[in-house]
Write a protein that binds this ligand. Structure first.
Ligand SMILES: *Cc1c(COP(=O)(O)O)cnc(C)c1O
Length: 223
């Protein structure tokens, strides 16, 4: 089933769009099924769960952190996390930089933007992002490599609204690419699109999709 779902998604995903298999709340055995058909990039949103799974799976897995990250838990994931998608406060940037410096590792990060008008509690407002990522601010964080932006679009069937959310991210990305990151080829990721909206996200500029349910099935939150 998992292998089949992946084959179907891989068949539709354009070249150049990276797939993050969102494995939160799913068992190690399910992750292993995806691993065995070649997947290496997995996304988790809770630190404890990530630590347990990291211990149980091979070292060549690239673990992405996609959930809200509490500053007091940063230290535990800094040694091995491959990309943090969800940098949503200056305090968190300070702590990531501090913990990364301690172990001499530069950590890849995305800045999360709150583009949806509802629900989502986390992320910088679109109007804050250019200030937060202005040139002198970014220079405060030598142990963070800023790789791009992440968002979750509005959870609605209204396609226009979802597209307009994606466009907010695209516009911010383009503007940063002309300013702070004009000399930074590594600033190249637009992480947007989930099970329900990834084809639309890809049509509208995404080059990294985070897909859980469409690969692993519904999550059992009571587990
Ligand atoms: C859970 C989660 C996803 C995956 O959602 P699905 O609808 O299961 O594909 C993607 N991004 C983030 C930030 C998530 O927390």
């Amino acid at each position: 089933m998992i292998a089949e779902n992946l084959r179907s998604i891989r068949g539709r995903l354009p070249q150049g769009v990276e797939l993050v298999c969102v494995s939160k709340y799913h068992a190690v055995s399910q992750i292993k099924e995806a691993y065995d058909v070649g997947e290496r990039v997995f996304g988790e949103s809770h630190v404890q769960e990530l630590l347990l799974k990291h211990q149980q799976l091979p070292d060549d897995v690239k673990w992405h952190f996609i959930g809200h990250l509490q500053t007091n838990k940063v230290r535990q994931i800094i040694p091995f996390v491959s990309l943090i998608h969800s940098v949503d406060s200056v305090r968190l940037m300070d702590e990531i930089n501090r913990q990364a410096e301690k172990i001499g590792r530069v950590v890849d990060c995305l800045v999360e933007v709150r583009v949806a008008q509802e629900e989502t509690k986390y992320g910088f407002l679109p109007g804050e992002v250019c200030e937060v990522l202005n040139e002198s601010a970014v220079q405060q964080y030598p142990y963070i490599r800023f790789r791009g932006l992440m968002c979750m679009a509005s959870n609605t069937d209204d396609v226009n609204r979802v597209v307009s959310d994606f466009n907010v991210l695209n516009d911010l990305f383009a503007s940063l690419k002309h300013t702070t990151f004009s000399q930074s080829p590594a600033f190249d990721i637009r992480s947007m699109g989930m099970s329900g909206d990834w084809p639309l996200a890809v049509m509208h500029g995404s080059n990294m999709v985070r897909i859980g349910t469409a690969i692993f099935g519904e999550r059992d939150y009571a587990r």
